[in-house]
Write a protein that binds this ligand. Structure first.
Ligand code: EPZ
Length: 419
């Protein structure tokens, strides 16, 4: 089993490019199912979740090939509508393929994405919305048999929670529906706007993406196009956390600074200097100890993103004072706390609240990545800790970070992967 071995206490210095967004690439790859011809997705990161999405596309009959950071998908001859359970389980967000497959071929046979490290991953909002769009869904012992005769039908949908995945599923199902669809209380994450930009480039008519109400006027057919995936705002935040935790001076490049607006003030509150230019952000950690953060409440975009909660907690673990975290998005997203505690962090969990009492120093230890962002938090903590940290189960980290050890080494990180 692969593991990361880190020797800490080296302040990271220098600049690092940020790769394309995992959480944009996945729905974009699902959207290619709707397009006739060969789509080119540029700046598509080399991640295991992206590879899993490409496997699903191939299974459906698409021609898929990767040329460096460009993924080419030709969905002209999509025939299949079934995705095997093994592939569905490989990636939580595989559910976002449902709307696109059903809209393209008129049926879809997939399985429930099981619960995962963040707690149950219900899909009730997805299914209720797709049923309103005319998809007949039969749930049978964990599998979903879906059919629609002819095109989906436009509908007026109000989401009880601005679910990212459900908003994406509706966009994909409604783009070629007969009639107009309105999504009220839609997710406003940048990845939604990126998906809408892609669909419009393929001939769709989507307006209002990035706001609370999105209107989709269905069109008969989508053609393929070229599209560049937006930068990964969570990877950018993670690299900045590594800079802050090690008392370093790190610049993340090729980012969209507007997408980081909910995160950068937290670094400033901790005493870091943050300088943004058009596509980069430089963070200079304070000479002395970091300051604690009064409260970090995860919220839907443009609030503080839940995906940055774990990496920021690793930084707060070293701050002078107690920081309060409230995880409002997922039921169980503090599994990294126990692993950070093995390194000397003092964290008290009470339901959705985590009280992080900062300590002057963390110590290297044997730890396990519990999930994608929790694993990234352990990397940040290991880079700051005295001594050696060994992180097991790093397949979680590889789902969302392109060869993280190779990315961080040019900044002076003493980190390598052991087989
Ligand atoms: C997306 O997950 C991201 N994944 C997550 O990133 C991210 O944390 C999340 O959005 C929130 O921003 C991808 O884009 C691939 P949601 P998603 O639907 O779509 C509940 C990472 O680390 N809910 O907005 O699954 C759900 O249980 C990952 O990169 C329902 O109750 O998130 C959760 O509590 C982790 N019913 C909340 O809503 C539903 O039908 C937010 O879920 C759907 C969701």
């Amino acid at each position: 089993m692969e593991r990361l071995v880190i020797s800490g206490e080296t302040p990271l210095q220098g600049g690092i490019d940020v790769h394309g967004a995992k959480n944009s690439s996945l729905p974009l790859l699902a959207a290619t199912v709707l397009c006739h011809g060969q789509t080119a997705l540029h700046n598509c990161p080399e991640l295991s979740d992206v590879a899993a999405a490409c496997e699903i596309l191939s299974y459906l009959g698409c021609q898929v090939e990767r040329e460096g950071r460009t993924v080419l998908v030709d969905a002209t001859n999509v025939t299949g509508g079934a995705v095997p359970d093994s592939l569905m389980r490989e990636m939580r967000s595989s559910i976002v393929f449902l709307g696109a497959i059903a809209a393209r071929v008129g049926h879809a046979d997939i399985s429930f994405p099981g619960g995962c490290e963040l707690g149950p991953r219900p899909i009730d909002l997805h299914l209720r919305a797709l049923r309103k769009l005319g998809l007949e869904i039969r749930e049978d012992r964990g599998s979903l048999e879906c059919t629609v005769s002819g095109r989906m039908k436009g509908a007026n949908i109000t989401l009880s929670f601005p679910s990212v995945g459900a908003t994406e599923n509706i966009l994909l199902a409604a783009a070629t529906a007969d009639g107009t669809t309105v999504i009220n209380n839609a997710a406003q994450e940048p990845e939604i706007a990126d998906l809408a930009d892609f669909l419009n480039r393929c001939g769709a008519d989507v307006r209002g993406a990035g706001e609370g109400v999105i209107t989709i006027r269905g069109v008969e057919r989508l053609e393929s196009c070229e599209h560049t995936v937006i930068p990964d705002r969570i990877v950018a935040a993670t690299y900045l956390c590594c800079g802050a935790a090690t008392g370093g001076d790190v610049e993340v490049r090729k980012v969209n600074t507007a997408h980081l607006a909910g995160i950068l003030p937290i670094f400033e509150e901790m005493g870091c200097q943050v300088k943004t230019s058009n596509d980069s952000v430089r963070l200079i950690a304070p000479k002395g100890r970091l300051k604690s953060v009064r409260d970090v409440r995860t919220m839907p975009y443009p609030g503080f993103p839940t995906d940055a909660q774990a990496p920021i907690m690793a930084v707060a673990a070293l701050a002078d004072g107690t920081s309060v975290f409230v995880e409002n998005i997922f039921e169980s997203r503090y599994k990294h706390a126990a692993e950070l505690a093995r390194m000397g962090a003092r964290i008290k969990l009470e339901g959705r609240v985590a009280l992080v009492e900062g300590v002057p120093k963390l110590y290297g230890a044997q730890v396990m990545a519990t999930d994608l962002r929790g694993g990234a938090a352990l990397v940040a903590a290991g880079l700051a800790a005295e001594g050696q940290t060994v992180i097991q189960d790093i397949k979680h980290i590889d789902r969302g970070y392109e060869r993280i050890e190779e990315a961080l080494r040019p900044l002076g990180a003493n980190i390598h992967r052991e087989l």
